[in-house]
Design a binder for this molecule. Sequence first.
Ligand code: ZN
Ligand code: ZN
Length: 355
Amino acid sequence: MKKLTIFALALLALLLIGRQVLVPKMVERGFTRMVTANVGVDRTADLADGLHIYMCGAGSPLADSKRSGPCIGVLAGKQAFIIDAGTNGSQNLGPMGFPTGRVEEIYLTHLHSDHLDGLGQMLLGTWINSRRSKPTKVSGPMGTAQVVEGFNMAYQIDSTYRTAHHGTKVANPASFGATAREINLSGGSQVVYNKNGVKITAFEVTHEPVSPAFGYRIDYKGRSIAISGDTAYDPNIAVASKDVDVLFHEALNMEMVKTMQMAAKANGAKGLEKILYDIQDYHTSPVDAAKTAKQAGATNLVLYHIVPMLPSDALIPMFVRGASDEFEGKITVSEDGTIVRLPVDSEAIIYEHGL
Ligand SMILES: [Zn+2]
Ligand SMILES: [Zn+2]
């Protein structure tokens, strides 16, 4: 009996030592292994040639623990682009393996704050340690120059600290900030980038009183996507998105927002009630987004700019109710970290999660 007690005590002591010494050691080793495999590694080096789409922000101005402000990274072969720079998008791109330092151009769909409030952080990502010799180009509708000038001014002081601390090779003053290009669409759509097999076409969408507001179509070696930007249901989007592999469309569930509006009313929150009423007329329901995907002949539909917030996946069936009656292809309610890969010389559409 005494022997058994000693054995039990020894075992307990071993377990305690294990917990206090061995477990932290294992965690430390795991951390070192993880950072060695990721920090400073070009995770695009072994990717198949194709279009790769990184959902860095699948949300809207409403707080959603799974969805940051609107932001989509696009890698076409070796060329990198960003469509919109909502809150936290820049922080998501790094862990997803997107080469922010190689971004050729940032495109804004429109100048609502939720699409550009992460631009300062995004421009730090495209500048620091980028070997860029010129500022990053930011293209968008009329007014983009004013927005860019404001961000340049706001971050100018910070840039001097970075250069002083890291040196001109890492923080080159010549490439700090951004230069703006304002796109003036003629005839509803226009090719705004055409280089090394990548064609980007801007097209007008309906987001009154925000005007102009754009969507973008991206074609690369036979693969294609379109990104709706913020828009009410607009048949022109189907025309601009003709036969794309994947249509990325914004989505707001009217019934769910109406329920929130009624709750605001019942709780006497008049201002909030008015906002929740107003936002219903310049967005698109998942059912109408599905109609657009069908009219376009798209293969897949990915919903983003999700309103309202969907903190639990259990809400997704309610959010997309009726959409699959309109569109036979795969419908995905995206979240931060969703990656879609379209390899060239293939019809494959590969979904991954990068966060
Ligand atoms: Zn928006
Ligand atoms: Zn908007």
